[in-house]
Design a protein around this ligand. Structure first.
Ligand code: GCO
Length: 449
């Protein structure tokens, strides 16, 4: 029996959570992040990924939480440094371990969505310059060929590269990711090589099984002017949007780059045909403020929240991870729908250690997805970031994104209230008045209008 008031999602909608190898597996000793974590001052509180959530040994135990939450899909990633620990040497045990994980998911009715590159690089690749080296594309090709040969039959949903622009910005502009070297040329170079690598991976996967669905994952960062009346703020927003968002999406939309690079035009043209879906990550928006005369603080002026807005937990720089802005998800969905491809929300979530804002966050963001669906936007599934608290890169263990609370010191796990809510929603593929009443009654006036 449905409640009088409810929001219904399509029967075939996928409900799941997302994780990535380095953040949950533990003992990923052979990649660039492990090395980075062991350098002083790189990670908040000098945290280390260490045993992480223990998934390399016992990921299967946490499938119980996915089941409790009625998830019918899960997004996980494969760690290149495990598969190819040394250049050209492939590890059978490692690929078999992933095969087991995938089989365990499937035998529990959970469709795996697998990401091939989620931020980490094998150390041997890193010593060759990683993604600023053009050769990285052929190395990636060899790695992907091996993975597809072994797992191609078992997996039908593939993400090639996770957030190429975030990787490039964090590594070569913000310097929070290894090797953390400020260099604008490296930003562009690594980004373009990652896009080429996507195209190469697409060909391999589709060549192996044309029925597979293959996509790239883009974190759409919204930039809005601090002051709507300021031309400078608006110009800065437009520039940031162009060099962070459009630079990745435009090739998929029109097959052309944002600016003229004739020697790249053939490759970029091919990108247009090289994605079956878009994986969309959405977290927050930034209110951007241009301060003429103080270019040094310009970057600080990007991370503003709307005054008075609800925000998530704080990161080490002393500002919130972000403003809670559900409408942004609708706006972003509208923008990316112009690509004409199905969309999966491959990440959406917030750091909220005491779970005081997460239930409301889930309800308000899902409502925006529903709004987009009603307008005919082809959203096929939602993956909450994340299943459980995990190693949040340069922020270490301090930021807690999980529907399951995880204590990395004791290994204790506990489903949060937001996890129960998410499970109720996924179980019925709908949001009922009873759920809103129970988990976020303050939303009731207007929620079902
Ligand atoms: C990303 C990554 C995740 C993060 C998550 C929370 O989008 O940056 O895919 O690995 O942990 O986004 O910040």
């Amino acid at each position: 029996m449905r409640d009088d008031f409810s929001i219904e999602f399509p029967e075939s909608f996928l409900w799941g959570c997302a994780t990535s190898s380095h953040q949950v597996e533990g003992e990923n000793t052979n990649n660039n992040w492990w090395e980075w974590e062991h350098m002083p001052g790189k990670i908040w509180h000098s945290d280390k990924s260490g045993h992480a959530c223990g998934w390399w040994k016992s990921m299967e135990d946490d499938i119980s939480f996915m089941k409790k939450m009625n998830n019918n899909t899960h997004r996980l990633s494969i760690e290149w440094s495990r598969i190819e620990p040394e250049e050209g040497r492939f590890n059978e045990d490692a690929i078999n371990r992933y095969k087991d994980m995938i089989h365990s998911l499937k035998s529990n009715g959970i469709e795996p969505m697998v990401t091939l590159h989620h931020f980490t690089n094998p150390l041997w690749l890193e010593t060759k310059g990683a993604w600023i080296n053009k050769e990285s594309i052929s190395y990636f090709k060899r790695y992907v060929s091996f993975v597809i040969e072994r797992l191609g039959e078992d997996v039908h949903l593939w993400c090639t590269i996770n957030e190429p622009a975030v990787y490039a910005v964090e590594t070569y502009i913000m310097c929070n990711f290894p090797p953390g070297r400020l260099n604008l040329v490296s930003y562009f170079r690594s980004l373009f090589n990652l896009l080429d690598a996507h195209e190469v991976a697409y060909e391999i996967i589709k060549g192996n099984n044309p029925a597979s669905q293959v996509g790239i994952v883009k974190n759409y960062q919204l930039f809005d002017p601090w002051d709507d009346g300021s031309l400078w703020d608006k110009l800065l927003c437009a520039g940031l949007d162009k060099y962070f968002n459009s630079i990745v999406l435009e090739p998929f939309r029109s097959g052309s780059l944002l600016f003229f690079l004739p020697w790249r035009s053939q490759k970029i043209k091919r990108l247009k045909e090289s994605t079956d879906f878009l994986g969309l990550n959405y977290y927050t928006r930034w209110k951007v403020r241009f301060k003429i005369g103080s270019p040094k603080v310009m970057f600080d002026n990007i991370f503003n929240c709307t005054p008075g807005a609800q925000v998530s937990d704080f990161i080490r720089d002393g500002h919130p991870y972000g403003e809670i802005y559900p409408e942004g998800l609708y706006r972003v969905l509208k923008m990316v729908s112009t690509l004409g491809k199905p969309i999966y929300i491959t990440e959406n979530g917030l750091p909220d250690a005491d779970d005081s804002r997460r239930p409301e966050f889930i309800l308000t963001h899902l409502k925006q997805i529903h709004r987009a669906l009603k307008e005919g936007i082809d959203v096929r599934g939602y993956y909450h970031w994340s299943l459980m608290d995990n190693f949040e890169w340069a922020e270490g263990w301090a930021l807690r994104f999980g529907l399951v609370a995880f204590d990395h010191k004791t290994g204790e796990r506990q489903l949060r209230a937001s996890g129960k809510l998410y499970g109720d929603i996924a179980g019925r593929s709908s949001i009922t008045k009873g759920m809103v009443e129970q988990y976020a009654p303050e939303l009731l006036p207007g929620y079902f209008d």
